[in-house]
Design a protein around this ligand. Structure first.
Ligand SMILES: [Zn+2]
Length: 302
């Protein structure tokens, strides 16, 4: 179980490495959320599709080699093709299929910084891996800065951007009528978060994002995390609490003059590590994000 989950989390960073991975055995599974919404899983970030009288809208598209399988699953569930595609952020395990879906006629929507970062590419993200500039057909053609609404299939979708969380281009998609929210990679269910400091991610920004979503949802909201199974408000709360607790501890120790290594050695996260740190983001990496994120944020404040 842990091994499977750690592989799922690993692909969040697998960007260009994806070309070398074998996707032939990956199956796309569908989990029904309600009559109109499904969560699709394969390899990469969680996908949501909305099907109905207006057609098909999809959120995120995993890796390019999976596009045909995803298209087949969409056809099976809806009888149609994706007309609108929303990206929750720019990472390759959420936008890898953009080129294929763009060529197939989908209109791509995302935060402005998703387009900017995809256009530019990146030679070194936190993992040291590369993501080359995307071709224009793969780029979002409709972008937003703070928020926007999409009226589709009888629902009003609110797209929110809270600054600098997992990246600087995170979009939270809330199906207001159906009370379902896709949080992208601002939420890894029951795992330490990945904070992509090289893509404008920030510890405080992530916590602000999570708290804003927490106050927006209720006990009945179905929460779709970027990775992991469907979640609820209580599970989001637990995630916020763990990050808040460890972030405060790291800040305190940093202010006392402790080095990153000393904080890692202090074992402040030990009670969570077995479950929360068993994925790609192990305790050392997570404490590194907190330590370096806090340093960077202090510098930005000056
Ligand atoms: Zn991501």
């Amino acid at each position: 179980m842990f091994r499977v989950l750690s592989i799922l989390l690993f692909v969040c960073l697998a960007l260009t490495l994806s070309a070398q991975r074998d996707f032939s055995k990956v199956e796309i599974t569908a989990e029904k959320i309600n009559e109109n919404l499904y969560m699709l899983q394969g390899s990469g970030g969680n996908i949501v599709i909305s099907k109905g009288e207006d057609g098909v809208l999809m959120i995120d598209d995993q890796f390019a080699p999976l596009s045909e399988k995803i298209m087949a699953k969409v056809k099976e569930l809806s009888g149609g093709e994706v007309e609108y595609l929303i990206n929750t952020h720019w990472h390759g395990d959420h936008t890898g299929g953009n080129e294929n879906f763009g060529k197939a006629g989908a209109t791509i929507i995302a935060h402005e910084n998703v387009r900017m970062r995809m256009q530019r590419g990146l030679t070194k993200i936190s993992s040291g891996r590369n993501q080359p500039p995307a071709p224009s057909i793969a780029l979002p053609v409709i972008t937003f800065t703070d928020d926007m609404k999409v009226h589709f299939n009888g629902d009003d979708l609110h797209l929110f951007h809270f600054h600098n969380g997992h990246t600087d281009g995170d979009g939270i998609v809330y199906f207001s009528g159906q009370n379902v929210v896709h949080m992208g990679d601002t939420f890894f269910k029951d795992r330490y978060p990945f904070i992509d400091l090289k893509s404008g991610g920030s510890v405080n920004g992530l916590l602000k994002t999570l708290n804003q979503v927490y106050f927006m949802v209720d006990e009945a909201t179905v929460i779709v995390p970027g990775h992991g199974s469907l979640a609820n408000k209580a599970e989001l709360k637990r995630y916020i609490d763990v990050i808040t607790e460890l972030s405060e501890k790291v800040t305190m120790m940093k202010n006392e003059g402790k080095s990153e290594d000393e904080i890692v050695q202090a074992g402040i996260s030990v009670k969570y590590d077995e479950s929360w740190g068993s994925g790609f983001i192990n305790p050392t990496k997570f404490i590194g994000f907190l330590y370096n994120g806090i340093v960077e944020e202090k510098m930005m404040d000056k």
